[in-house]
Design a protein around this ligand. Structure first.
Ligand code: BGP
Length: 491
């Protein structure tokens, strides 16, 4: 197979509250995700909150779904619950070892998110927390030893808890200023060492308490919050360009492909509308203005207009993105009338699914890359992809994960075809969770993506020791040949 263009970025991606741990250390403040329990497909994870009468409520809250949170409810930690973000897989204390392991595969980029409440513990301080900044300084220094550059996610579905409680999260315009102050602090500190930045993670998938920090999860609240996030992103992009000439900004979207269930015109039309619900976010942020179909989405979602200030249009126009990045795990299929919210819809009879019900579709990645590049004519960056599977550690201290090798080989081959044959300009590929980490949607450890196994169970028990899986050497070989070995690997 033809190698990928020279300078292609190969790496992995993580999120602080799923990977880092270090809860209560280094001056870190509380984060919205800190109150989220573990869970599973059958038992959705939830927040633990106390009502004034002492009763405990458990609203579900994660991306894709969220229950509303009563105004008088206050977060509380319960002794009999497990909160995965507190330890995660403890990158905080393992970062040297983890970076060396990633470098061992030849990664030249590492996408990580900065924990907002590690830098501004409540989000509202005037001065940042130096210990928090120093931690990421140390991480980048360690990466640089191996020639690995950072791709920094400024905000990965999270916010300091205080901002959520005090201002109802992104409902408030004040949070825009808090975010810009936080972004500016990162640019000042890391700007000379980081070229690629993501303003938000999966901004098209976040909902309610936690991700958007809002207590309401209805569409009215949601799209108002999203408007504020658009403004915050545009302001950060503009500021970043001014402060760091040559820097490149993206935001990250969950763009798992969508197909119409049949060629029936009603299915086709519904499919277009569903795709637009995701692309609405990219259209606005990549182009710098709301698309013409915004009113259609608002009407169908019951949004009665949102509050805007007169210079909001100028702010959006001044900060369009430089590249479009996305996560791709699966495709979805929709028939007319299907309820669809970023994922979901009908069964695709042509695809097999993972045990977590995610249809596996490598060609969908090639389709998606072409679709996005055609639509925006901006470079793209695949910043998440991978297979969540229940791995078994063998007595020899490895995992025979041929299923993961097959998944990655098929997706990377599809990506290579989009680049080499279809002419898509793609900056790089950072697989999700190169070292096992906590699942976002279910809060489990059992759903593992890594090429490196972490000895830890769903309740945080284990030695946290790292073991190379079979896929580790496979990935190393793919990277050292810059993709040319993709057709010789696997069955
Ligand atoms: C994306 C998120 C990640 C992540 C990944 C896999 O949506 O950006 O944070 O975890 O999906 O999802 P899960 O962990 O639910 O398997």
């Amino acid at each position: 197979m033809k190698a990928l263009p020279e300078g292609f970025l190969w790496g992995g991606a993580t999120a602080d509250f799923q990977f880092e741990g270090g809860f209560g250390e280094g001056g870190r403040g509380l984060l919205s995700h800190d109150y989220e329990t573990n869970g599973s497909v059958e038992h959705p994870r939830h927040h633990t909150l106390k009502m004034p009468d002492g009763s405990i409520i458990h609203p579900r809250s994660s991306f894709f779904y969220a229950d509303p949170v009563p105004e008088e409810a206050q977060p509380v930690f319960l002794d009999d619950e497990y909160y995965p973000s507190h330890q995660a897989v403890d990158f905080y204390h393992h970062y040297k070892e983890d970076i060396a392991l990633m470098a061992g595969m030849g990664f030249n980029v590492f996408r990580f998110s900065v924990c907002w409440s590690r830098i501004f513990p409540t989000g509202d301080e005037e001065e940042p927390n130096e210990e928090g900044l120093q931690f990421y300084d140390d991480v980048i220094t360690e990466m640089e030893k191996y020639g690995m550059q950072p791709l920094i996610t400024i905000c990965h579905d999270e916010m300091p808890m205080e901002l959520a409680l005090k201002y109802d999260g992104w409902s408030s315009r004040h949070v825009i200023d808090c975010y810009v102050k936080y972004a500016k602090t990162l640019f000042e500190r890391f700007g000379s060492r980081c070229k690629y930045w993501l303003t938000f993670n999966e901004i098209n998938a976040v909902r309610g308490f936690g991700p958007c920090g809002t207590r309401g999860s209805d569409s009215q609240t949601h799209y108002q919050a999203v408007h504020h996030m658009f403004l915050a992103s545009a302001k950060a992009v503009r500021l970043g360009h001014n402060m760091m000439p040559g820097s490149m900004f993206g935001a990250m979207y969950a763009l798992s492909e969508i197909y119409p269930a049949t060629c029936k015109p009603e299915d086709m039309f519904h499919h277009m509308r569903c795709r637009r619900e995701s692309l609405f976010f990219v259209d606005t942020m990549a182009r710098g203005y709301y698309p013409g179909y915004t009113g259609d989405i608002f009407t169908r979602r019951g949004v009665k207009g949102i509050k805007v200030h007169k210079d909001d249009g100028d702010i959006l126009r001044a900060g369009p993105l430089d590249f479009v990045s996305f996560s791709y795990y699966r495709s979805n299929t929709v028939a007319a009338g299907d309820d669809f919210n970023v994922i979901g819809g009908s069964l695709n009879p042509y695809l097999e699914s993972t045990p977590w019900g995610w249809p596996v579709d490598p060609l969908g990645l090639r389709y998606c890359m072409n679709e996005i590049y055609d639509r925006y004519q901006k470079p793209i960056f695949i910043v998440e992809n991978g297979l969540g599977a229940a791995d078994e550690l063998t007595d020899e201290g490895t995992v025979e994960d041929d299923y993961r090798i097959n998944y990655l080989r098929d997706h990377l081959s599809a990506m290579a075809a989009a680049i080499n044959e279809d002419g898509v300009d793609c900056l790089g590929y950072t697989m999700w969770g190169p070292i096992d980490l906590v699942s976002l949607s279910t809060g489990e450890m059992k759903k593992r993506y890594g090429l490196i196994y972490v000895d830890m169970d769903d309740l945080g028990h284990g030695s946290l020791k790292r073991y190379k899986k079979k896929s580790y050497d496979w990935m190393k070989h793919i990277i050292e040949t810059n993709g040319a070995a993709l057709d010789e690997a696997g069955d």
